[in-house]
Design a protein around this ligand. Structure first.
Ligand code: PRP
Length: 212
């Protein structure tokens, strides 16, 4: 267990891209490419073990040391502020955190703004920095419905292509922060497995430089 590099991969398309980067960086594990419903894969030869986890859970595995490293969106890192090292911006999974509303919405600063979001911490900090009074309505998904049904005035959510907003007659009003996938490491793993983790960082950095 101790000489293995334990990696939490975000399940889905982003995770597949991330695995390809790790594979090239010297941590191949061919069994992961087999179509199966298994969630844990290891390669004894290269001493690596991968787990597929829900993208929003990666930081929890890494913070608590169940994984040494992982890849998480900056959105999750800003929202949950896990106690981990952020080692590298992987420049993939790019999108932005934005405030959106019905295309014709006009804010009335006299009124408390009702904000529906999955990212309550990010939203609270953003509006605090602007000195704007808000009422947060925490939802777990399909956030775009909230302003349509009058549950909220605006939403704070991830916008990638903008298609979801457009198809629901919503528009971006403000961009809060750009988002991308980050390589993160458990703090104590980073000390004890620094050789492997440094090599991973070096190799991935080289790949990114080469593809520029
Ligand atoms: C996100 C976000 C939007 C959508 C934006 O949802 O909440 O619904 O992507 O993408 P677009 O700008 O390309 O249309 P995600 O698919 O991550 O899943 P979720 O419903 O669990 O939030």
């Amino acid at each position: 267990m101790n000489n293995m590099l334990n990696v939490a991969l975000p399940k889905g398309r982003l995770g597949e891209k991330v695995y390809a980067m790790f594979e090239k960086a010297g941590f191949p594990c061919p069994s992961i490419l087999e179509n199966s419903r298994k969630l844990i894969f290891e390669n004894q030869e290269t001493c690596v073990r991968y787990f597929w986890v829900k993208p929003s859970d990666v930081a929890i595995y890494v913070e608590r040391g169940a994984a040494d490293v992982g890849v998480a969106g900056k959105d999750i890192l800003l929202e949950y502020e896990p106690d981990v090292y952020e080692l590298l911006d992987l420049d993939i999974g790019k999108c932005r955190m934005a405030v959106a509303a019905m295309a014709d919405f006009r804010d009335d600063p006299q009124r408390t703004l009702r904000v529906a979001t999955k990212f309550s911490n990010i939203a609270a900090k953003y509006y605090l920095s602007k000195g704007r009074d808000i009422d947060i309505i925490h939802l777990n998904g399909s956030i775009e419905i909230a302003p349509i049904l009058g549950l909220s005035d605006v939403i704070v959510d991830i916008v990638e292509t903008g298609t979801t907003l457009k198809e629901n007659n919503l528009a971006v009003k403000e961009t809060i922060v750009p988002i991308s996938a980050r390589l993160i490491a458990n703090k104590s793993s980073y000390n004890f497995k620094s050789d492997k983790i440094d090599m991973l960082v070096r190799e991935i950095t080289a790949q990114m430089e080469a593809s520029k």
